[in-house]
Design a protein around this ligand. Structure first.
Ligand SMILES: *Cc1c(COP(=O)(O)O)cnc(C)c1O
Length: 402
């Protein structure tokens, strides 16, 4: 049994459905020749702000820049500490170190991959001292961290909250009695329009969200060389802009975002239904768990592969991955190392053990996940037959006699 053409992501398939609209938007930008700060940038910012029900959206060069600009806007001093999960993409913590701030790493919930009250915040009081200024919860794989708990924690310790919603644009989170879009709950939200994200452009792009007028003004200034008036620079800034062509593309794709999310959710529901049908599933794999306080937009469909007798030597996840590859099924490991173990952060990152010598293995779940997670193909053009084939392959693997 072998099925061709199963892709991890399928950008061309998505593009083919809107090719003409995109072509004409790009042509319009070329005809206007205002490639930087053209009209489409402002239009897209306003449309995204309306979609997210947030006061300000400020476009920038990419998601990593968005995080950097957010931290630059908060008036921090070198040596200030920033709380960040150890299980995330490098960008989240990279910008902290880049600005001379200290990343303090905490653990995530092993079933949701995210910041929550029962695991992450449980011991977090211990990580906070007078230099701790910010927490950066990540909404990994498409569902939100437990933001009501994060907000309560941040109020108690007087911290600012920067949400990394690069993987969860369009997700909604319940905070108190309100439902708020991912990225619009804390002081600043940061997102990415990298081509494979829920809302992706045709190159690099990113944006910041905030409801705070003075932060919005500062963010805009920082992203534009620290100037409000051309050639008069008030603060040290950077050059990070959302290109007009990318904004024009994004404005078209934004209209389809809910459709794209629905397609991802439908694919995920099929995976979960089929994977739970084989017997006995929980012995070998865990399907993603949906928290009740957030919607899940399935940027990734990530399973946990348990160690089992089938793979007496070596890692069960790696063995499953190799087996799937033989059947033409791509898969990816997001992420193979917790940030605390990355060479780049040696001597820079702090963790609970640095504050409390009696605490051991404080990043235990992040370590476990980096050895056991596997992300299956997930995109808006995945066909039911392909999902059946993938689920069938996984079930076969575990029903074969060794
Ligand atoms: C993609 C991503 C980023 C960075 O976005 P870029 O646009 O690639 O710079 C940051 N954080 C997370 C969690 C991401 O997935």
């Amino acid at each position: 049994m072998y099925m061709e053409d199963i892709k991890m992501v399928d950008l061309l398939g998505q593009h083919n459905d809107i090719r003409e609209e995109i072509d004409s938007a790009i042509r319009e930008t070329i005809d206007s020749s205002s490639f930087i700060n053209g009209k489409a940038v402002e239009t897209f910012e306003q449309n995204l702000a309306r979609y997210l029900k947030v006061k300000h959206v400020i476009g920038c060069g990419n998601g990593t820049d968005a995080l950097q600009i957010a931290l630059m806007a908060l008036g921090l001093e070198p040596g200030d500490k920033v709380l960040v999960p150890a299980f995330t993409y490098v960008a989240t913590a990279e910008v902290i170190a880049l600005l001379g701030l200290v990343p303090v790493m905490y653990d995530v919930n092993p079933r949701t991959f995210n910041t929550d009250a029962s695991v992450s915040l449980e011991y977090m009081d211990e990580l906070v001292d007078e230099r701790t200024r910010v927490i950066v919860p990540v909404h990994l794989f498409g569902q939100c961290s437990q933001m009501d708990a994060v907000m309560e924690f941040s109020r108690r310790h007087n911290l600012m909250v920067v949400e990394d919603c690069a993987q969860a644009l369009g997700s909604k989170c319940r905070v108190g009695d309100r439902e708020i879009m991912a990225g619009c709950i804390g002081d600043i939200g940061c997102t990415s329009f990298f081509p494979t994200k829920n809302l992706g452009c045709m190159g690099d792009g990113g944006a910041l969200m905030t409801n705070d007028d003075s932060l919005a003004e500062r963010i805009r200034m920082i992203a534009n060389h620290g100037q409000k008036r051309k050639y008069f620079h008030q603060v040290i800034g950077c050059n990070s802009r959302l290109d007009t062509i990318q904004a024009a593309v994004l404005d078209i794709k934004l209209k389809h975002l809910d459709e794209y999310i629905a397609a991802r959710r439908a694919a995920a529901a099929s995976y979960t239904r089929l994977l739970k049908a084989f017997d006995p599933p929980e012995k070998y794999i865990c399907t993603p768990e949906e928290s009740d306080f957030t919607t899940h937009t399935y940027h990734q469909y990530t399973i946990i592969v348990k160690d089992c007798l089938k793979d007496p030597d070596g890692n069960a996840r790696d063995a499953l991955r190799a087996y799937l590859a033989e059947k033409g099924i791509p898969s990816m490991i997001y992420y193979p190392l917790p940030l605390s173990r990355q060479e780049a952060f040696a001597g820079i990152a702090r963790k609970r053990e640095d504050f409390n010598p009696e605490a051991e293995d404080s990043l235990h779940n992040s370590e476990f996940l980096s050895e056991h997670v596997l992300s299956l193909p997930m995109h808006t053009c995945l066909k039911e037959g392909q999902i059946e084939y993938i689920a069938e392959a996984i079930s076969c693997r575990y029903s074969q006699t060794v």
